[in-house]
Design a protein around this ligand. Sequence first.
Ligand SMILES: Cc1cc2nc3c(=O)[nH]c(=O)nc-3n(C[C@H](O)[C@H](O)[C@H](O)COP(=O)(O)OP(=O)(O)OC[C@H]3O[C@@H](n4cnc5c(N)ncnc54)[C@H](O)[C@@H]3O)c2cc1C
Length: 385
Amino acid sequence: MAERLDIVIAGGGPVGAAFALGLRDSGFTVMLLEARGPGAAVEDQRSIALSHGSGLILERLGVWSALATAAIPIHRIIISQQHSFGRTELSADEASVPALGYVAGYTALQHALAGALEQSTVCVRAGCAVRAISGDANVAVATVDAAGTQQQLAARLIAIADGGAQLNSAHVKTRDYRQSALVCDVVSEQPHQNRAFERFTPEGPLALLPTARGWSLVWTAQPEHAQQLAVLDDAEFCQRLQVTFGSAVGAFIAAGRRQVLPLALKYATQPVAPRTLLIGNAAQTLHPVAGQGFNLGLRDAWELARAIIAHGESDPGGSELLNEYFSQRRLDRTATILFTDSLIRLFCKDIPLLNSARGFGLAALGAIPPAKNFLVRRMMFGARG
Ligand SMILES: Cc1cc2nc3c(=O)[nH]c(=O)nc-3n(C[C@H](O)[C@H](O)[C@H](O)COP(=O)(O)OP(=O)(O)OC[C@H]3O[C@@H](n4cnc5c(N)ncnc54)[C@H](O)[C@@H]3O)c2cc1C
């Protein structure tokens, strides 16, 4: 066996990269393996709403200064539903924070993390696809394909952060929402004024996040409908968007390249195995409603790195450490899965009586400070806020 390391991370997406950065001063030998080739562009249209808590973690990871200039602060979040009354608004002023969160492009986030990794002692190998992982009480082994050549790497811990590509279906629960997310940039007559919108429709939520160019749109719809919307000409697309979203930001006047992504809830029932564990989307892939997935994955990465460092120079992949880490993550993980799943089950049904009940619910949420406070803290910090 050629190389023996302390920690191998399979997947250099934002969660794997953040975990690697969290370990940069740990004294352990850390290798990050990413399937994408060296210098290959990250082609992803999505923007990520980073919670206030994620901003704090990225600051501690030394990434925030590179991201902050491009990230747009969210001062207000406006939640409403189509075909019914009821609306609530969360504001940074009311929460006494400078921003409820920040919006950054997935690509910009990846670049900022990669830039920080370049300055660290973490060994990053691009163009390395992990094909198989096994582990026992003593060692974990990754079989890696690098430009057609197979190699084995042994480590005391392998963290799987491949976004879900490796999830073993025997230990995964799945709910197919029969929804796809159409993602693209749009421009409206009115400037964003640091507002973000979440509008529930019978087919799924529609979110507008403020960006430097205008808005980043995540429009959830039935898969066939999302595909139809994706091929409309820009004028027709803007018109359909207007009908669904309404006039809160004036007329939509331009739309960028569209990307359609299938949506499902997937979570591993056993994210920890001997000397291996799953983090980020590999452990749980959520519906993008309320922008929780990366924020939860980043907390996975941060808490795991902290648990390993707090353990000192001893074994970073021992079962006691991994099980303790997982039991500490359980509440945040379960509550976030339930939160996003319940929003979809509750809001994405077009039943008149239910529409009215939700309308009253949204109106009441705005009028009951403790309920509103709960929601604000959940959006800012997750279940432990
Ligand atoms: C439309 C949409 C909007 C979203 N908006 C938000 C939001 O506003 N806020 C939020 O918090 N979350 C949001 N999310 C969720 C967020 O995008 C994910 O939670 C986040 O990208 C997960 O990061 P990750 O690193 O775990 O996985 P990924 O981003 O999927 O990265 C996985 C990485 O692993 C690499 N890889 C895959 N297989 C292998 C292999 N075999 N070997 C080596 N490398 C491999 C991939 O190339 C990739 O770089 C959204 C999701 C969607 C679909």
